[in-house]
Design a protein around this ligand. Structure first.
Ligand code: GTP
Length: 502
């Protein structure tokens, strides 16, 4: 079960609970059992899951909840907080500073994707103006230096290693010294992932770490290792001071729940995830938006970022104006499909919307999704202007559906499927934007503020919202913060107020 499926299962369990007329002990237990099952199937360690279930039961004491309390919200919030708690060890990882030399040591078993991840990490920082360098201290595996060299050359990142020297400690120390002299500010040391005996590997890690005193040790873990994740992560943590985790191959069909176990075992946060073999298939990992998406709650700030990325600047205000008035037409769908095909990846855009599980658009199925979009667009090409510009579903009668099918060389059921998808999109997603106050053209930052203020007003505890002067106060505050250098996302606001999701 991939994490997206886990998200889907949890969303379904919550939805089933929400459908119940009365939420009693039985309904809550059923929901929690469903979530427990999904987490276990995703390879989250049994103890973590059991603790989580117990904690939620303690928080959501149905007997003590006075009538009028919104039980669904309380349960939802408790699940959200518990999942965040597992993924957030409470202290952030060491953050290297641009311009000041930092040494980052990568550890992990062979095949975990360590060497690839070292380069991705270097490349990510290089794009942001850092001066990274790579050191290959894996003297055990023949070919390790060549692999690093190849990756580094491709990304135009300086590297250091040796074909002759067999002492990894010596290479690590020399490499670090050299790059410090060359004023590199991010010196990344790749280490061995295998030895004749496991104990020897851990001893080597200890020695390399002791000799070069890294500022940060990153444990790289393959997301597909399943229940072994906890023990593996713990074994590394016992030898070296692991301070952060990177989970690789999140794009595959792996059971991603190991991420939660690795955090628990190392008490260190996941800072990035690997989502493919390519250098730029690497994403920052943020707990709250991640869990929001897992629970189908969406991530408004992420969605706005994506809208900015996908929809051309000059079309944004107009599009949002139309959407806010509930005017989501087939033509808009067509135009957005065009934008998305240009920009992709589609799953990333839609998974950020509240109520829209990433499972509906899994990453592995992107090709399929794109083919589907193209198919829909061909069918829309056979529609009249009136049909494209209308929001009235009654225009689509039987004979028109048959004409569109014939015109695009598709089956009637394909047209029906497309119309259904349109209806779902219109209902589920865009209607949520209805009634938003949209500023005039060119005022996108103000628009973002409105969007986020709307979202934040739902997310913040009511007494806190009151304290800052209600919706107006919140908008003002966001405006001021925007003026101070960038729009705060819901995540930042949450951090500021120390609050959680609703
Ligand atoms: N799909 C996918 N493949 C990945 C990802 N990260 C690494 N890989 C692949 O995993 C394989 C192993 O990666 P390496 O970087 O060689 O593994 P390693 O842990 O450094 O292995 P050693 O150097 O032997 O310790 C390679 O084929 C990589 O392309 C990822 O996020 N997604």
């Amino acid at each position: 079960m991939v994490l997206q499926q886990l998200g889907g299962s949890i969303t379904r369990a919550l939805q089933q609970m929400s459908n119940a007329t009365i939420i009693d002990e039985k309904v809550l237990n059923e929901c929690l059992n469903e979530i427990t099952r999904a987490l276990l199937q995703s390879d989250v360690q049994f103890k973590l899951v059991r603790d989580m279930q117990n904690n939620i039961k303690k928080i959501v004491n149905l007997d003590h909840l006075a009538a009028g309390h919104n039980k669904r919200n309380i349960i939802h919030k408790a699940i959200f907080n518990e999942l965040c708690k597992i993924l957030d060890p409470g202290k952030p990882a060491f953050a290297p500073k641009k311009g000041k030399p930092s040494v980052v040591m990568f550890v992990g078993l062979q095949g975990s994707g360590k060497t690839t991840t070292c380069t991705k990490y270097a490349f990510y920082h290089q794009k942001k103006g850092w001066k990274p360098a790579l050191v290959c201290a894996d003297t055990f595996r023949a070919g390790a230096f060549d692999q690093l060299k190849q990756n580094a050359t491709k990304a135009k990142i300086p590297f250091y290693g040796s074909y002759m020297e067999s002492d990894p400690v010596k290479i690590a120390v020399e490499g670090v010294e050299r790059f410090k002299k060359e004023n590199c500010d991010l010196i990344i040391v790749d280490t061995s992932g295998r030895h004749k005996q496991e104990a020897a590997l851990f001893e080597e890690m200890r020695q390399v770490s002791e000799a070069m005193k890294p500022d940060l040790v990153i444990f790289v873990m393959d997301s597909s290792i399943g229940q072994a994740a906890f023990d593996q992560a713990q074994a590394f943590k016992q030898s070296v001071a692991v301070g952060a985790v990177i989970i690789t191959k999140m794009d595959g069909h792996a059971k991603g729940g190991g991420a939660l176990s690795a955090v628990a075992a190392t008490k260190s946060p996941v800072i990035f995830i690997g989502t493919g073999e390519h250098m730029d298939e690497f994403e920052i990992f943020d707990v709250k938006p991640f869990v929001s998406r897992l629970l189908g709650m969406g991530d408004w700030s992420g969605f706005m970022d994506k809208i900015h990325e996908v929809v051309p600047m000059d079309q944004q205000p107009e599009l949002l104006q139309k959407l806010s008035e509930g005017n989501f037409t087939m033509r808009i769908m067509y135009e957005q499909y065009q934008n998305i095909l240009k920009m992709g990846p589609i799953g990333q855009v839609f998974s950020r919307l509240p109520g829209f599980s990433a499972e509906l658009m899994p990453k592995g199925c992107e090709k399929e999704s794109q083919a589907k979009i193209k198919r829909y667009m061909y069918m829309m090409d056979s529609m009249t202007n009136e049909e494209l510009d209308s929001t009235n579903p009654k225009l689509m009668n039987e004979s028109r559906i048959m004409r569109i099918a014939r015109g695009s060389g598709r089956q009637v059921r394909d047209v029906m499927e497309m119309l259904e998808e349109y209806k779902q999109l219109a209902k589920k997603i865009w209607s949520q934007l209805k009634g938003l106050k949209i500023p005039k053209k060119g005022e996108m930052s103000a628009l973002s503020r409105n969007m986020n203020a709307q979202h934040m007003s739902k997310v913040l505890p009511p007494q806190m919202l009151k304290q800052i002067g209600g919706m107006g106060g919140l908008q003002n505050l966001m405006k001021q913060m925007g003026g101070m250098g960038g729009m705060p996302g819901a995540k930042d606001m949450m951090g500021m107020f120390g609050g959680g999701e609703n």
